[in-house]
Design a protein around this ligand. Structure first.
Ligand code: NDP
Length: 328
C-alpha cells in the first residue's frame, strides 16, 4: 500500500526534498494512524524543506510539524476510527514522520481531539503558529497582564504567530501594537485588530539597557536585538512571552529590565507542551479567535505546492497563514 507524501533525504550531505509514493510498511511506529486531510507550512517546515536549519534529526523524514484529519486505525484507548484529531509538535516532522503526506502514524498520546468548533481545515488555518500564539497569550495572562495593564506589543506581527496573536489579543480587549517590517501592510494588521504599527527597524538594532516604558506585555516571535529592545521598553512588572527567532537565536540583552523593573521573560514551547495545556489552548482558541478574520488571511495550496511555499516562507514572502490541502 502506498500514499503520497514529501520525503526529505540526506546521503553524504546530499540533501533532497521530493514528492512521491511512500510505502505504508516504511511508516514509523505508533498506535494511531490518521488520514491527514490538512497540514500547514510553518517556519520550521520552511527550514526543514529548504535544508536551511537543523530541524530534521532522523533521515529519511516526512516534513510537516502539524496536521488534522480523521483516525483511520487505532489501538489507543482514547481514539477510534473516524475520530477527528489535531497534532502539533512532539518532534513530528523532525524525528518522527510528519503531516505533509496522506497518512501519518503517531503515538495517540500526542493527539488532541479536534474541538467541535473547528473543521480540520480550520484547525490548520490556526496550525502550530496559532496554537503557539495562544500559548503566548496564556503566558501573559498567567503573569497578570490584563487589558488594563497597558499596551501589548507583538513582533513579527505579519507572520503566522504574530498575525494570530494580534487577532486574539485584540479580541480579548488588549490595545495591540504591531511591530512589522511590512509597514505597507499596516491595513492588514489594523484589520486584525492592531491599534498602532511600529516599524521593525525601530527595534532591530543594538539598543540600550533600558528605554522608555512603552508596553505592559509582549509576544515576541523574533528574538535577537528585537527581543532585547522589547525587554528594555517593557513597563515595570510586565511580561514578555518569547517564542521565536526570526531575527536570530541570540539574545544580547542586559539584566536591567529584570532587576530594576521586575520584568519577566517567559519562554513558550509548543513542541513538548504538556497535554492539559494544549487542550486548554485549543479550547480557548475555540472561544476567542475570530475565525472569519483568520480565514481572510489564509491561502490554501495543494500538496505539490508545499516546497515552493517553504522557500517563500524562508524568503519572508508569506503573509498570514498557508494551509496545505493534502488531497488537493
Ligand atoms: P513567519 O515566517 O510566518 O513569521 C515570522 C515573522 O518574523 C515575519 O513575518 C516577519 O514579520 C518577522 N521577521 C522575519 N525576519 C525578521 C528579521 N530578520 N528581523 C525582524 N523580524 C523578522 O513564522 P512563524 O510566525 O510561523 O514563526 C515565527 C517564529 O516563531 C519562528 O522563529 C518560529 O521558528 C517560531 N515558532 C516557535 C514555536 C515554539 O514552540 N516556540 C512554534 C511556532 C513557531 P513582519 O513581516 O511582520 O516583519
Amino acid at each position: 500500500m502506498t500514499f503520497k507524501g514529501w520525503k526529505l533525504t540526506k546521503d553524504d550531505d546530499a540533501f533532497s526534498c521530493a514528492l512521491g509514493d511512500l510505502e505504508e510498511s516504511e511508516m514509523m511506529d505508533g498506535d494511531v494512524t490518521v488520514d491527514v486531510q490538512y497540514s500547514t507550512i510553518n517556519y520550521k517546515d520552511g527550514l526543514a524543506m529548504t535544508n536551511k536549519g537543523p530541524v530534521v534529526r532522523r533521515w529519511p523524514m516526512v516534513p510537516g510539524i502539524d496536521f488534522a484529519g480523521p483516525v483511520s486505525d487505532s489501538s489507543h484507548p482514547e481514539f477510534k476510527a473516524g475520530d477527528m484529531v489535531v497534532l502539533n509538535g512532539w518532534g513530528v516532522g523532525e524525528t518522527h514522520w510528519g503531516g505533509l503526506a496522506q497518512k501519518a502514524r503517531v503515538k495517540g498520546d500526542w493527539l488532541v481531539p479536534l474541538p467541535d468548533t473547528f473543521t480540520p481545515a480550520q484547525a490548520m488555518t490556526i496550525g502550530t503558529a496559532g496554537y503557539t500564539a495562544m500559548l503566548c497569550v496564556m503566558k501573559l495572562q498567567d503573569h497578570g497582564v490584563t487589558p488594563d495593564s497597558g499596551d501589548v506589543l507583538v513582533t513579527g506581527a505579519a507572520g503566522g504567530v504574530g498575525s494570530v496573536a494580534v487577532s486574539i489579543l485584540a479580541t480579548l480587549g488588549y490595545r495591540v501594537l504591531a511591530a512589522t517590517g511590512r509597514e505597507a501592510d499596516a491595513d492588514y494588521l489594523k484589520d486584525l485588530g492592531a491599534a498602532d504599527i511600529i516599524p521593525r527597524a525601530e527595534l532591530s538594532e543594538k539598543g540600550r539597557p533600558l528605554g522608555k516604558e512603552r508596553w505592559a506585555g509582549a509576544v515576541d516571535a523574533v528574538g535577537s536585538h528585537t527581543l532585547a529592545n522589547v525587554l528594555a521598553s517593557t513597563k515595570y512588572g510586565g511580561t514578555v512571552a518569547a517564542c521565536g527567532l526570526a531575527q536570530g537565536a541570540d539574545l544580547p540583552t542586559y539584566v536591567m529590565p529584570f532587576i530594576l523593573r521586575g520584568v519577566t521573560l517567559a519562554g513558550v514551547d509548543s513542541v513538548m507542551c504538556p497535554k492539559p495545556t494544549r487542550m486548554e489552548a485549543w479550547k480557548k482558541l475555540g472561544e476567542c479567535l475570530p475565525l472569519d478574520k483568520l480565514e481572510a488571511i489564509t491561502s490554501t495550496v495543494g500538496l505539490a505546492d508545499a516546497e515552493r511555499v517553504a522557500q517563500d516562507i524562508m524568503n519572508g514572502k508569506v503573509r498570514g497563514r498557508v494551509v496545505v490541502d493534502i488531497n488537493g
